[in-house]
Design a protein around this ligand. Structure first.
Ligand SMILES: NC(=O)c1ccc[n+]([C@@H]2O[C@H](COP(=O)([O-])OP(=O)(O)OC[C@H]3O[C@@H](n4cnc5c(N)ncnc54)[C@H](OP(=O)(O)O)[C@@H]3O)[C@@H](O)[C@H]2O)c1
Length: 251
């Protein structure tokens, strides 16, 4: 751990840290000097790998198993981190889910289940974490969105709906808490290696690659770099913004 890193001494909570983009974010945060708490649900092996990687970087780590679709989980997770480290400086709402289902086949329950993780969990976690941030007059919140949230591109309708709402949440909250030193931003990700990429049909992946100026998918480490800058005190004037991280794609 570096004492002069971008996040030196910062206490960061990342949801969905057992793999995919979440692990990339956790690793960059640890390398940049943060204490890292991460939440996972079922992938114990993946959580163990993340924890080992963070410890190898010299970071203090909290690995928390929780089902964030349970309403009380958000408060419990935040309380656990605050009890250990007396506060949270940065929250990354990264845990998310998608599935390729045509709109006409979607049941109410499909939308409700997806919203519980992709929207309600960030809402509840942020509400729980922001109370301490308001007292300390400092905080950074980053929400993981998708280019489906605000662009007309192929993607599951219920997933796009959840990400569009998450972006509205980001902008509105940023306006309300900005005056207290709490900056709230979102990253609208294109397609990244690992994780939810496997839920995207091959022909949509190919179409994305054809439209992407870099001609490749992003990496979790690249996502981590951006998220950690947004979490850091070097970001002093970017608030309520959705940053598109998609290698320069059309659409
Ligand atoms: N990968 C992409 O191309 C891409 C593109 C655009 C946006 N995104 C966004 O980036 C974020 C991360 O995606 P990813 O691709 O890294 O996905 P991923 O590898 O599938 O990771 C999802 C994470 O969420 C956790 N999780 C799932 N259900 C949970 C629950 N009920 N309670 C607590 N944690 C839960 C998982 O934990 P367990 O595995 O331990 O259960 C896992 O750590 C998502 O918000 C996604 O929408 C990803």
């Amino acid at each position: 751990m570096t004492s002069e890193g971008l996040l030196a001494g910062e206490r960061v909570l990342v949801t969905g840290g057992s793999g995919g983009l979440g692990r990339g974010i956790c690793e960059v945060a640890a390398r940049e000097g943060a204490k890292v708490a991460f939440v996972w649900k079922s992938n114990a092996a993946g959580a163990g790998e993340t924890e080992a990687a963070l410890r190898a970087l010299g970071a203090e780590v909290l690995s928390i198993q929780a089902d964030l679709t349970q309403p009380q989980a958000a408060q419990e997770v935040v309380a656990q981190v605050e009890a250990a480290w007396e506060g949270i400086d940065g929250l990354v709402n990264n845990a998310g889910f998608s599935e390729a289902v045509p709109f006409v086949l979607l049941e109410d329950e499909d939308l409700q289940a997806l919203l519980e993780l992709n929207l309600m969990a960030p809402f509840r976690l942020t509400r729980a974490a922001v109370r301490g941030m308001l007292r300390r007059k400092h905080g950074r919140i980053v929400n993981l969105s998708s280019i489906t949230g605000s662009r007309t591109i192929p993607g599951p309708v219920h997933y796009a709906t959840s990400k569009g709402a998450l972006e509205a949440f980001t902008r509105s909250l940023a306006h309300e808490v900005g005056a207290y030193g709490i900056l709230v931003n979102a990253v609208a990700a294109g397609i990244f290696e690992g994780g939810l990429k496997s839920t995207i049909p091959e022909h949509h992946q190919q179409r994305y690659l054809n439209a992407c100026s870099l001609g490749r998918f992003g990496t979790p480490a690249e996502c981590g770099e951006l998220v950690c800058w947004l979490l850091s005190r070097r970001n002093g004037y970017l608030n309520g913004t959705v940053v598109y991280q998609e290698g320069g794609t059309l659409g």
